[in-house]
Design a protein around this ligand. Structure first.
Ligand SMILES: NC(=O)c1ccc[n+]([C@@H]2O[C@H](COP(=O)([O-])OP(=O)(O)OC[C@H]3O[C@@H](n4cnc5c(N)ncnc54)[C@H](OP(=O)(O)O)[C@@H]3O)[C@@H](O)[C@H]2O)c1
Length: 232
């Protein structure tokens, strides 16, 4: 079993996601107030996005010989909901095991050091392994369901994490808050960063579940992913 996966994003009309030059006051509210209306057991982000919330300093790591087996670690449950980060090399450090009201889960590969695992254990941060050197995102979803009871997962970006779940065919629904702005910055991440160039991959098709005008000129569009025989 795997969670039902909803990707939620705030995007410009040209699909850009960094809001540095958009000029909206209270720009966080457009993403957060809509996200709060999607019921989920956890939200998940990429390492780059999570570093906006994790510790800004690297704590002193344990000295001497440390040998911690590369096995999943489930810390004592202290919240109803979770904040999950895809962090294959263990680059996020933590002062606490919470982001706001959500308990942190690190998704790692076996590339990480025992010292890093000790840091997570000492801070009470749960971690799971999603592969040896590369992540198997289907396995990651199965573990989130089985070990933490996550039945609905909201993926909150950025573009690279969205793109990798899209490419793996693991997104069920896409929730787009479309901002009335054209960004135009070449090379800035877009809503889905899946692959360079055109290969054999086909684009993912959607059908509209709902569409609403919000905050005067924004649109909130919820799409269902068309899979297999639903695509004509
Ligand atoms: N507008 C919005 O709604 C919204 C929402 C969220 C974020 N953002 C913005 O988006 C920007 C960041 O987006 P981003 O696309 O650059 O980064 P991102 O998706 O947040 O993180 C990318 C990183 O996550 C790890 N990762 C993701 N998928 C992986 C996979 N399948 N396998 C292995 N590693 C994987 C890699 O970490 P390593 O590099 O450590 O290997 C990768 O470099 C930030 O400016 C943030 O503020 C906007």
């Amino acid at each position: 079993m795997k969670p039902y996966v909803i990707s939620h994003m705030l995007g410009s009309v040209d699909g850009r996601i960094k809001q540095d030059i958009w000029g909206f006051k209270d720009h966080h509210k457009y993403f957060e107030e809509t996200a709060a209306r999607i019921k989920a057991d956890a939200w998940l982000v990429g390492r780059t996005t999570m570093q906006e919330f994790s510790s800004k300093t690297v704590p002193p790591l344990a000295k001497g010989r440390v040998n911690i087996p590369k096995e999943d670690f489930v810390a004592e449950k202290v919240s109803k909901t979770y904040a999950v980060v895809i962090d294959p090399s263990g680059k996020c450090f933590w002062d606490t095991n919470m982001v706001s009201t959500e308990q942190v889960i690190e998704v790692l590969t076996e590339k990480v050091s025992s010292r890093y695992l000790e840091h997570l254990k000492a801070t009470g941060v749960s971690y799971i392994f999603g592969g040896t050197t590369e992540l198997d995102l289907k396995l990651v979803l199965k573990k989130l369901y089985r070990l933490f009871g996550i039945k609905i997962l909201r993926i909150d970006g950025g573009g690279h994490v969205n793109g990798s779940f899209l490419k793996a065919g693991l997104i069920d629904e896409f929730s787009l808050v479309l901002a009335p702005v054209a960004d135009g910055t070449i090379g800035s991440p877009t809503v889905f960063e899946a692959e360079e160039g055109y290969g054999k991959r086909k684009a993912t098709r959607f059908t509209i579940k709902s569409a609403k005008r919000i905050y005067d000129d924004f649109l909130w569009i919820r799409y269902l992913v068309l899979k297999g025989r639903n695509v004509r």
